[in-house]
Ligand binder design. Structure first.
Ligand SMILES: Cc1ncc(C[n+]2csc(CCOP(=O)(O)OP(=O)(O)O)c2C)c(N)n1
Ligand code: SF4
Ligand SMILES: [Mg+2]
Length: 324
């Protein structure tokens, strides 16, 4: 009887987590920074999906946005610049029992980490990727990134960026094996949550670009979209997002878009303005690298112990058998 009560309590401890259970250290982002909205959404998602903190890992590179794993009370890996994706893929292969999330910036993903971005999409491993796109290098205090708009004055482009901005959506939609692409904006929290939830449930590499405000260095950059709901194009569909009546009243510019239509997704992503928000593309049939390989057995304590013992045995000096 006592054992059963104990087991029951243990199960409750393992399964019941409130929001606080996922809150790590206090965020040190500037007030009004869009990263705060992403953090709030993922903490809610972890609670609602009842993710066990010890079975959840957030991986990042370097940047303001890459500080997110510190603010989660789960496992976390604050990696090196541009390398969040290969680290996450390694975790995915070694520990298929974990939920793997990636937080990366526009610089981290689209600049120094661009090669890994392309291959992560092609390998299509089951990771939920959030690109916090503030169109600037925030942490290093305002250098142009590949997504900075043409003409933007920054520390590295004092006379204005001379190149057209790279579009992370069209690039991703052009990569072989792409299986999930969505876009959110930090100022519509309801939709960040819904989109991340869809991304989390997608089996494969889900790529979510989150258009994110950096009030410290680009305080007015996104104002035209923030203050004019008609410049947001909500993508709705029975296979994509359905928006609440309240949100629909504010954001009237809506488009029925079937997310299985890749050509249409590419056309919507290319248009850019009004800014599409929702699920652009989803293909559940794309094979996942970890499934195709399926070579890594789960690292159980027994397996780890056996491996260690095999290694130690190589160096063990066994006592000699006494001579007869
Ligand atoms: C190898 C290497 N090169 C350069 C840097 C300097 N550095 C740190 S963060 C960063 C850019 C971060 O920009 P982004 O990924 O957009 O993140 P944000 O701070 O805007 O969230 C750079 C260039 C570094 N840490 N390591
Ligand atoms: S510098 Fe910009 S991106 Fe970095 S924390 Fe401040 S507002 Fe956020
Ligand atoms: Mg950035």
């Amino acid at each position: 009887m006592t054992t059963r009560a104990h087991e029951c309590l243990m199960r409750m401890y393992e399964e019941e987590h409130d929001l606080e259970s996922y809150q790590g250290s206090i965020p040190r982002w500037c007030s009004g920074c869009g990263d705060n909205a992403v953090l709030a959404a993922v903490q809610r998602l972890c609670r609602d999906e009842k993710l066990r903190p010890e079975k959840t890992v957030f991986v990042s590179g370097i940047g303001c946005s890459s500080r997110l794993p510190h603010y989660m009370k789960t496992y976390g890996f604050h990696g090196i610049h541009g390398r969040a994706l290969p680290i996450a893929e390694g975790i995915r292969l070694a520990r298929p029992d974990l939920h793997v999330f990636v937080n990366t910036g526009d610089g981290d993903c689209c600049s120094i980490g661009a090669a890994h971005w392309i291959h992560a999409i092609r390998y299509n491993m089951d990771v939920t990727v959030m690109v916090h796109d503030n169109q600037i290098y925030g942490l290093t205090k305002m250098q142009a990134s590949p997504t900075s708009p043409r003409g933007l004055r920054s520390k590295t482009t004092p006379r204005g960026a001379c190149l057209e901005a790279l579009n992370p959506l069209t690039v991703t939609l052009g990569i072989q094996n792409v299986s999930f692409v969505a876009q959110a904006v930090d100022w519509i929290p309801e939709l960040i949550y819904d989109i991340l939830s869809r991304a989390f449930h997608h089996k494969g590499c889900s790529f979510v670009r989150i258009v994110q405000r950096c009030p410290e260095f680009l305080p007015e950059l996104l104002d035209p979209w923030l203050h004019d709901p008609n410049r947001i194009l909500l993508l709705t569909h029975e296979k994509g997002l359905q928006v609440s009546a309240a949100l629909g009243k504010v954001y009237k510019n809506q488009l029925e878009h079937d997310p299985t239509d890749l050509d249409r997704a590419r056309a919507i992503a290319s248009a850019g303005d009004p800014m599409p928000v929702g699920i652009l593309y989803q293909n559940r049939a794309v094979p996942r690298y970890e499934e195709m390989r399926a070579i890594t057995p789960l690292r159980t304590p027994e397996l780890i112990q056996r491996g260690l013992e095999t290694e130690f045995d190589k160096f063990t000096v066994w006592p000699r058998e006494p001579a007869d």
